[in-house]
Design a binder for this molecule. Structure first.
Ligand SMILES: [Zn+2]
Length: 451
């Protein structure tokens, strides 16, 4: 097979490298209080092993809105969502019912650590990573799925955007990957991607790899925080991390490799969905035809634990007053006009109102009545200061202080951590969390002084 045959970029085994694994929906509380969350001290042995052989940040506060794409992008840019351009999972596009996703790296307004790595001539890989289509990767299995109603399979979409072109074909031929639903969803998706990660890592030793594990989030959306299947998904993700650790050992790459395992957000339970745009339709503030929003004076951009309410004409005071009288006293949400949004909740950027879901409620994009719809499960998107929405971080290997345990950091600081490890020019808002050996900090400072 022509792939990996020698003509493609490879990292030198002696170079520093970082493997960044994101376990979607990895909650801090399953380590802070295992018993209270259905886990025993023996569960998740690989992540626990990192705590003794590497470092652990107990609680990592994510960004607002606490959603997957904005959070992953903050993790690799060090910036807040409105600064890096990925302010939500879905672009603000009411006419398309917010159905599209920020798949495209072209939407980024600032460089990620992957861009900085490429500028430095380092080898990069996404297996996969959010907001990666056309992104700065030598090896890219991009994160992209068909839109609702689109007939192309996930595999065919990846075939269109992978890099190098036809990379995915290698795995389709030799890795058991197919265009079936099963192959690209659920646990099988994570398993297939794991095989892809391991193959690319083993054959090309990228200097920086982003690797996203999904199923832990899917099961929490479905079942809520505490469920046998949720525990099973975390045990499964932990075993994938163990397999990555074993691979680094097998290749004798620990002296040069730093493994970082973190999450993008936690999860909170809800019992009821609120379909704000269905409510706005009921009050004649927007129109819905054939299941789509056709015109609007006001519209909600829903994000689970929060929603952003936008006026077509921000100078329309009569519409603004209608929104206030409709939503100021509801039992399921707390309405904040733009001027009252605190800095901690400023991540989305420009909006006319923010509404935060009260406990047990979740803002959903469905357009059908009834607008209050009983539907249980888990979600995120809300105020990242909520302890249930915190994630955590484990790091081990080159440059990491063994046994360092610190209480907290912020998702944006993960970018600073990676920048120190790979000696990028540092121009980040926040310092790296205190898990690095001074040798790495010194080295990076020396590198900066040369500029
Ligand atoms: Zn997520």
């Amino acid at each position: 097979m022509f792939f990996f045959s020698g003509c493609l970029p490879k990292g030198d085994p002696a170079d520093p490298r970082v493997v960044l694994i994101s376990i979607d929906g990895l909650r801090a509380d399953i380590f802070l209080d295992p018993g209270g969350n259905g886990f025993s001290e023996e569960d998740l042995p690989n992540l626990r092993r990192i705590t003794s052989e590497g470092a652990h940040i107990k609680e990592v506060t994510t960004i607002f809105p606490s959603h997957t794409f904005p959070a992953h992008t903050s993790m690799v840019t060090g910036k807040l969502p409105f600064e890096h351009g990925i302010s939500h999972n879905h672009p603000f596009d009411p006419e398309r019912n917010f159905d599209s996703w920020y798949w495209w790296a072209d939407s980024l307004k600032v460089p990620t650590v992957f861009h900085l790595a490429q500028e430095k001539g380092l080898v990069t890989a996404a297996t996969p990573w959010p907001v990666s289509v056309n992104g700065p990767f030598d090896y890219n299995i991009p994160e992209i799925e068909p839109m609702r109603g689109e007939r192309m399979s996930t595999l065919d979409l990846v075939r269109r955007h992978d890099k190098p072109s036809k990379l995915i074909e290698y795995f389709a031929l030799f890795g058991g990957l197919s265009s079936s639903e099963e192959s690209t969803h659920g646990f099988q998706r994570d398993l297939n991607l794991h095989h892809i990660f391991k193959t690319i890592f083993k054959k090309t030793l990228p200097h920086l790899t982003g690797y996203h594990i999904f199923q832990t989030d899917g099961v929490q959306h479905l079942h809520g925080r505490q469920h046998e299947n949720v525990k099973e998904a975390f045990v499964f993700a932990d075993s994938l991390v163990g397999s990555v650790m074993a691979l680094i050992t097998e290749l004798n790459q620990w002296p040069t490799t730093t493994l970082i395992v973190t999450g993008d957000h936690g999860h909170v339970d809800h019992h009821t969905d609120i379909r704000l745009n269905a409510l706005f339709e009921q009050k004649d503030l927007l129109t819905i035809q054939d299941g789509g929003i056709t015109s609007w004076g006001v519209v909600a951009h829903p994000a689970g634990g929060a929603a952003f309410i936008r006026l077509k004409d921000p100078s329309d005071d009569s519409m603004r007053n209608k929104v206030v009288s409709l939503l100021e006293d509801v039992s399921w949400g707390k309405l904040l006009p733009a001027r009252d949004i605190p800095p901690a909740l400023s991540g989305y950027g420009k909006t006319d109102f923010l509404i935060l879901a009260e406990d047990g409620y979740n803002f959903h994009g469905e357009l059908e009545q009834p607008f209050i719809f009983e539907h249980g499960g888990g979600g995120h998107g809300g105020d990242p200061r909520n302890s249930q929405l915190k994630t955590t971080l484990f790091a081990m290997g080159r440059g990491i202080e063994i046994g360092a345990v610190i209480d907290s950091s912020h998702t944006t600081q993960t970018a600073t951590l990676i920048a120190h490890l790979l000696d990028f020019p540092l121009n980040y808002q926040k310092p790296a969390p205190a898990v690095l050996k001074t040798s790495v900090l010194t080295q990076s400072r020396r590198e900066r002084n040369k500029e």
